[in-house]
Design a protein around this ligand. Structure first.
Ligand code: SAH
Ligand code: SF4
Ligand code: F3S
Length: 445
């Protein structure tokens, strides 16, 4: 008699991803790994046999979100005793084994270097065993654990070029939860991109916490500017982006790429974090306001019209009115196309967590509101300046609004326009008709 053993029954994975693109990329890898032991992705948490939260710890709010989600899944667990619950990513790395104690109904805790152990841990959990694995893996051996070439065929894809961060900015938890910086081998990166290009990818975004220091610590490896030049030689790849850049490590060679490589998009995300030298020094950023502005000027000279975006932290311990005024002034001088801004959040184990933080919550919120309202105006003004112009748009797919296509300009503005889906994957000319706060509306030329 034929029958299906229980282990061969289709099992469902519900996966929630928080935080940055690193986690999004790790989540792709998690899906691949768990597929191999029979788990299929579901969008319905009540159907799940396994729920995994891939978490972020960058600010305390992100960490709190994890605990509130876990609270929700506790109810599902009380309805289904076999449901397995796992936490990965940066909160898992930060808390380790402690998390199993804090959350008694949790089965699995896996750190940012331990994705490859997950199938084994899930199998153990299927037999009722709880486990935590958060050891860092340093050196060459880690390179073999990087996400394998996957079969994605999207028009635009992220490609991890390095992991970890050695910068230890005083406020930041990333070096503590992602471990030491390591660059992938350029040969692996280039062959992965060649494969993507063959499958239809037209744009790649090279990804790392600090891409500008790519290769510098691996002997005989290309540096980041040389890597960009090699990527630009790949047939089929029409656009190249990268994120994130550390202002200290922007080299003249990298700036020259903006002058020489037409495939390199006219956009750079260059977080300043503050406009005050005193605060930048306390933050351990390794550059002054003057250094930052000089690099911005060189970038604008190398690529006229380049769109510069950034990140800013307000209310860093010790930030006074004058420091804050300098931040606003820097924003004006750079004329950011867009800006992400955050209230400083003390993170466990970081140097700034030991600093006296005397500024009240209300003052910090007022500073943030002022900064954001100034930037909102600047962003909208920039948007309106595109109305009537013709932009080259790489069509990425259908927009959320039915019947329209969506893509981005070289400067990274989202453009929606009516058109046929056969245009997906092509660069087309679009005349901009209207500017909305987060996108442009246009028509095909
Ligand atoms: N590696 C990138 C970004 C890391 S995190 C870089 O170096 O630019 C993304 C942003 O979160 C940072 O640029 C910073 O603006 C913000 N951030 C990081 N730690 C923070 C903290 N403790 N409080 C508030 N904002 C923080
Ligand atoms: Fe954090 Fe600084 Fe590293 Fe960016 S460069 S991840 S802000 S420590
Ligand atoms: Fe968050 Fe970790 Fe990314 S802390 S921002 S998910 S590296």
């Amino acid at each position: 008699m034929l029958h299906t053993p229980p282990s061969a029954r289709e099992k469902y994975l519900y996966l929630e991803t928080f935080g940055c693109q690193m986690n999004v990329s790790d989540s792709e890898k998690i899906v691949d790994l768990l597929k191999e032991i029979g788990y299929r992705l579901t969008q319905d948490s009540s159907q799940a046999d396994l729920i995994i939260l891939n978490t972020c710890s960058i600010r305390s709010k992100a960490e709190h979100k994890v605990y509130s989600q876990l609270g929700r899944y506790r109810e599902l667990k009380s309805l289904n005793g076999d449901l397995i619950l796992g936490v990965g990513g940066c909160v898992a790395q930060q808390e380790g084994e402690r998390l199993l104690k804090k959350v008694p109904y949790l089965d699995i805790v896996f750190g940012t270097h331990n994705l490859h152990l997950l199938p084994e841990m899930v199998r153990a959990a299927e037999t009722g065993e709880r486990s935590a694995e958060v050891a860092f893996i340093d050196g060459e051996i880690r390179l073999d654990l990087f996400p394998a070439v996957d079969a994605g065929a999207e028009v635009s894809r992220f490609v991890t070029v390095m992991q970890g961060c050695d910068n230890f900015c005083a406020y930041c938890i990333v070096p503590h939860v992602r471990g030491r910086e390591i660059s992938r081998r350029s040969a692996d990166i280039l062959s992965e991109i060649r494969g993507m290009a063959k499958r239809g990818t037209r744009e790649v975004t090279l990804l790392g916490q600090n891409v500008n220091s790519y290769g510098l610590k691996s002997s005989g490896e290309l540096d980041f500017a040389a890597l960009l030049r090699e990527v630009a030689r790949i047939d089929g790849i029409e656009r190249i982006r990268f994120t994130t850049s550390h202002p200290r490590d922007i080299s003249p060679g990298l700036i020259a790429c903006f002058a020489d490589l037409p495939k390199l998009c006219s956009h750079i995300h260059l977080p300043a974090q503050s406009g005050s030298d005193r605060i930048l020094s306390l933050m351990n950023r390794g550059y002054t306001r003057g250094d930052y502005l000089a690099k911005v000027a060189s970038l604008k000279e190398a690529r006229p019209g380049i769109q510069i975006t950034g990140d800013m932290i307000v209310g860093f311990p010790g930030e006074n009115e004058d420091d804050f005024a300098q931040t606003l002034q820097l924003m004006e001088e750079v004329d950011y196309a867009d800006l992400f801004s955050f209230i400083y959040s003390a993170r466990p184990g970081t140097r700034a967590a030991e600093f006296d933080d005397e500024l009240g919550r209300r003052e910090k919120q007022e500073r943030l509101a002022m900064l954001q309202s100034q930037q909102r105006e600047r962003t909208q003004k920039r948007g309106r300046s595109f109305v009537g112009t013709c932009q080259q748009v790489l069509v990425e797919g259908n927009s959320k609004r039915g019947g329209q296509l969506t893509g981005r300009t070289s400067g990274n503005r989202v453009v929606n326009f009516p058109g046929d889906c056969t245009l997906v994957g092509r660069v087309v000319g679009v005349r901009i008709a209207r500017a909305y706060p987060n996108s442009l509306l246009g028509e095909l030329i």
